[in-house]
Design a protein around this ligand. Structure first.
Ligand code: ZN
Length: 511
């Protein structure tokens, strides 16, 4: 397999450049002083350009053709046939984007991200507006590298959730929306859970130590990872031996850092679970934004906000915060961490209303790309839609259009649908795992996560990007993506929490 070996060597070099760029971006988001911003933007752009040029070179195409011949008799799921297949798909996407556009985008994005970190706390949308206009123009130019699309958002969605289209996501979201809105109405017609026990002063160090202790139990490997502080938490992979997470901590909120830690650890468990031999190839990362998010949401919510999880961990949290929680009952705390409300900020949103936030952003992205909505009107339209959807006024842009990092750190388009796809898939995967191993919930209540973690590694993690998201969902669950397990999960959890009535179950269309 001479061509395949040469192809893998080439992929390793491309991967080295991309991972080096990831180190620079991680540093920019954690430790870099503001003075480093301009040079850092250029450095990341240079590396992106080199990686893009090496990957899209004619020689890569020639090696791909030859490697395809060498592997044509291998089964579909063999590692070698999969490297060729997955590389071909990425190559076909990448080769149509000129490297000048890639580096121009990258350099612009570094500038825009830096501006956002200043504009958001200052509530100053005007200062980032021209940058966002440029981002929209660059996003459109990127999409236009793929003529023949049905919708201008399709190529951008392909980068993160390959195979999904603007039309298919819109259809899925409208089906989900019809069934979520009555559930949100039913829940919010009840008195909101009291979450004052969470709004207490809690030293950052104790919060962080607790979060790290939990994810160690989950199976996060600190020999191959670490946690640092940032503005907008994320996970990043420098190699399959170094998979890092970041968080932020608020001393007036007892669980903000904890749930962000659980969330990012879910992303990290996925990548730490990838077959080590895939490192440096196109198989050595998660397969799509939606599948990635299914793992962060599974560990954060389905596990981390479950009654069983807190039966085990609440006494330990009380030991960490005796003054704050010593006299607070488990049930009070459990209700507090599952409080449903029509909140303004996506990352603070509960499991039930979260998808309404995602749908709003997804629709705005498409309208911006379509040219139906101008950036100059974005802040106003954001406020109007949120008020219509959630019935609450948006007091400022900090809790409006400036709240999410995405449009300031990447293309407009393809950035948000993965969150809701992830929520849907988290429940579908978890239901499949519990069907295979019915003892999982009882194990979680004992603080034992190995059965669930092992099942996820065996069925999902180890494959990396070998299978597309639709292929993986079919292999794992025996069917296509479906919203039923997710709605079922929400109903089973929130019905007792909010004393919902049977007729409200029908209203929400839960089977
Ligand atoms: Zn995430």
């Amino acid at each position: 397999m001479k061509a395949l070996d040469a192809l893998k060597t080439r992929l390793l070099e491309v991967d080295d450049l991309n991972r080096a760029s990831a180190v620079l971006q991680w540093d920019q988001a954690t430790y870099m002083p503001p003075g480093g911003a301009a040079a850092r933007g250029r450095q990341v752009a240079t590396l992106s350009k080199l990686a893009h040029e090496a990957f899209t070179a004619a020689e890569t195409g020639r090696l791909l053709d030859a490697a395809a011949k060498e592997t044509e008799s291998l089964p579909f799921d063999s590692d070698d046939a999969s490297v060729v297949r997955v590389t071909r798909r990425s190559w076909d996407l990448a080769v149509r984007r000129p490297s000048s556009l890639v580096s121009e985008f990258q350099e612009h994005i570094s500038k825009s991200y830096q501006a956002w970190t200043v504009a958001r706390p200052a509530n100053d949308f005007a200062s980032v507006r021209p940058l966002l206009e440029k981002t929209l123009e660059l996003s459109r130019r990127t999409a236009d590298c793929y003529p023949g699309y049905d919708h201008i958002g399709d190529p951008l969605i392909d980068f993160s959730d390959y195979g999904m289209k603007a039309a298919s996501v819109r259809k899925l979201f409208s089906e989900l929306r019809v069934r979520l809105v009555p559930l949100v109405q039913a829940i919010t017609s009840r008195p909101a859970a009291d979450n004052s026990c969470l709004r207490q002063h809690a030293p950052a160090e104790t919060q962080l130590a607790f979060g790290l202790a939990v994810i160690r139990r989950f199976g996060y490997d600190f020999e191959r990872g670490r946690q640092d502080l940032t503005h907008h938490p994320f996970m990043t992979t420098f190699s399959l031996g170094d998979i890092r997470i970041t968080t932020r901590v608020r001393e007036d909120d007892l669980t903000d850092a904890l749930f962000s830690t659980l969330h990012e650890s879910g992303h990290a468990l996925y990548e730490q679970g990838i077959d080590q031999s895939y490192d440096g190839t196109t198989l050595g990362h998660g397969t799509s934004a939606g599948v990635h998010e299914s793992q962060s949401r599974l560990w954060e919510n389905i596990v981390g906000r479950s009654r069983g999880f807190w039966e085990h961990f609440y006494p330990k949290l009380q030991d960490s915060f005796p003054a704050q929680l010593g006299t607070v009952a488990l049930d009070t705390f459990y209700r507090a961490v599952n409080r449903v409300e029509r909140s303004l900020v996506r990352v603070d949103a509960d499991e039930v209303t979260y998808n309404l936030h995602v749908m709003l952003r997804f629709e705005l992205e498409l309208e911006l790309l379509e040219g139906k909505l101008a950036v100059k009107d974005l802040a106003r339209v954001w406020r109007e839609r949120v008020e219509a959807d959630l019935g609450r006024p948006v007091p400022d842009d900090r809790t409006g259009v400036l709240q999410d990092v995405h449009w300031y750190s990447g293309p407009i388009g393809g950035a948000f649908q993965g969150y809701t796809l992830g929520n849907i898939l988290s429940a579908q995967f978890y239901a499949t795992a519990v069907k295979a191993l019915p003892g999982i919930p009882q194990e979680i209540a004992k603080g034992e996560f190995a059965p669930l973690h092992s099942w996820l590694k065996e069925n999902i993690y180890r494959h990396g990007a070998k299978f597309t998201a639709p292929e993986l969902v079919n292999r794992v669950t025996g069917g296509d993506l479906t919203i039923e397990p997710y709605l079922d999960y929400l109903w089973r959890k929130y019905q007792p929490l909010y004393g919902l009535r049977e007729e409200e179950r029908q209203g929400a269309g839960v089977a």
